[in-house]
Design a protein around this ligand. Structure first.
Ligand code: PA5
Length: 445
């Protein structure tokens, strides 16, 4: 179960929240009636209860085959085409999943940068191992992923016969459009479809996320059930539901000049959930010169770096802490030591969970004193079901928050600007005119 908690927040009163009553009612109507901006991308709302069962079964079968015949799965994708899968896998398995003894393949996420060194390193790790590839791109044309896929195809062709190579490549893409769909049809790759009405950053519960997640042995039925449970709970709670409440609080802080939301966790395995969150909210709200800048930290590590700023720096932040409300299953205790040279015997017998929780509470109080308030999202279990709830909660909060801001939460026109310049500078056919003008501008850089 997950809960959103803000009753301890001193600066925001019930009256402040109630001032949003009519706006949140309007937002609720846009979400329920699917008639707001970007309404052709609202497929994520009903996805947990209305997904393609036949394709879901194919995902499980493909995952089983990959587990049987592969030591390594290469997941090629960028942005929404990898962050959700990586977030779920790292949160539930931990950051050392690849190093652990297990009967599921190691996973490497590639094609999310232009870095040749990293790609070379990963391909070297593939030597002597059996490899499968899941290439993921909704547009089927994203340059980072397309280049990595070309390099990986060249590598796979050296390792396997054409038939074997094609049987080891799984393409997750649009049902009809894009270069990747063309390649898949031409070579007979098994394909999975990204629904037309689900955008990249909302796609973790489609084959985009589900195939890599299932390959690691995570129960994808439970993930969907959790999301379905949260969907039901949010709709049943109506206008006062937790996701809307969180969206309202975010907008109150923004209106008060708190322009940065820091998503904090006290669990290192949450790091990529933070990356997923940043894309979800950053791409959904950061437009028309509006929006909160989403940042993420992992405490207590980052208390020793960014903690100073959060406590005492420019008053531009508020924090949202995601924390587990129950002890970890595989915890450790501080041992007792007769000599007590490090002075730690006052903690002997305490679990690290307990110490972590006190660190969290101490930090909350200190940050509040420094002027930075903390919203809380609590989860009671670290499992696929609860994570499904958490994912759906953030998706709904993001849609509501974006609509409160009066932006279209489901487009991302801003990401095209760098691509146009990059294509022109690289001499892509069709961009000839811009090339010399851009080169003139950067001649001293
Ligand atoms: O959320 C989004 O739409 C983007 O982040 C995309 O997921 C990202 O750009 C990758 O696009 P594609 O799946 O078309 O390769």
């Amino acid at each position: 179960m997950i809960t959103f908690q803000h009753s301890h927040i001193k600066s925001v009163s019930d009256t402040d929240v109630a001032a949003f009553d009519s706006r949140i009612a309007a937002v609720d109507s846009l979400i329920r009636n699917k008639n707001g901006r970007g309404n052709d991308f609202l497929g994520w709302i009903d996805l947990p209860v209305n997904y393609d069962r036949e394709e879901f079964a194919r995902i499980k079968a493909a995952a089983q085959k990959i587990r049987r015949d592969s030591d390594i799965l290469l997941v090629i994708g960028i942005g929404g085409s990898y962050l959700g899968a990586r977030a779920v896998i790292e949160f539930l398995h931990g950051a050392y999943y690849n190093q652990q003894r297990k009967n599921t393949p190691d996973i490497y996420f590639i094609g999310n940068s232009f870095n040749g060194e990293e790609l070379k390193d990963v391909l070297e790790l593939c030597e002597g191992k059996d490899v499968s590839v899941n290439v993921i791109s909704k547009s089927g044309t994203t340059t980072e992923s397309a280049i990595a896929f070309r390099i990986v195809r060249e590598y796979m062709a050296k390792r396997y016969s054409e038939e074997e190579m094609n049987a080891r490549i799984y393409a997750t893409t649009d049902c009809a459009r894009g270069a990747l769909k063309g390649l898949a049809d031409q070579n007979g790759y098994q394909t999975f479809v990204i629904p037309d009405d689900v955008g990249g950053r909302f796609s973790v519960l489609t084959p985009v996320g589900l195939l890599p997640i299932a390959c690691t042995g995570i129960d994808i039925d439970a993930l969907m059930e959790g999301a379905a449970k949260e969907r039901e709970a949010l709709f049943a709670a109506g206008l006062s539901n937790d996701a809307y409440r969180y969206a309202i609080l975010r907008n109150i802080y923004l209106e008060r000049g708190r322009k940065v939301e820091v998503l904090a966790s006290y669990d290192p395995a949450f790091r990529y959930m933070g990356e997923w969150f940043k894309q979800l909210f950053g791409e959904s709200e950061g437009k028309d010169k509006k929006g909160l800048f989403p940042a993420s930290v992992v405490y207590s590590s980052d208390l020793h770096s960014l903690g100073q700023f959060v406590q005492d720096g420019s008053p531009i932040l508020f924090e949202t802490v995601c924390m587990r409300s129950t002890p970890e299953e595989r915890d450790m205790n501080v041992p007792y030591e007769e000599a007590n040279a490090d002075g730690l015997n006052f903690l002997a017998g305490n679990s690290l969970y307990k110490i972590n929780k006190k660190a969290m509470l101490g930090t909350l109080l200190a940050h509040e004193q420094g002027g930075t308030e903390t919203l809380l999202v609590k989860y009671d279990r670290k499992d696929a079901r609860t994570l499904g709830e958490l994912i759906y909660f953030f998706e709904m909060a993001c849609a509501a928050s974006g609509y409160l801001l009066e932006v279209n939460p489901f487009d991302q026109p801003g990401v095209e600007a760098y691509k146009k310049n990059m294509f022109a500078l690289l001499g892509k056919p069709g961009y000839e005119e811009q090339k010399s003008a851009l080169e003139e501008q950067i001649k001293n850089i």
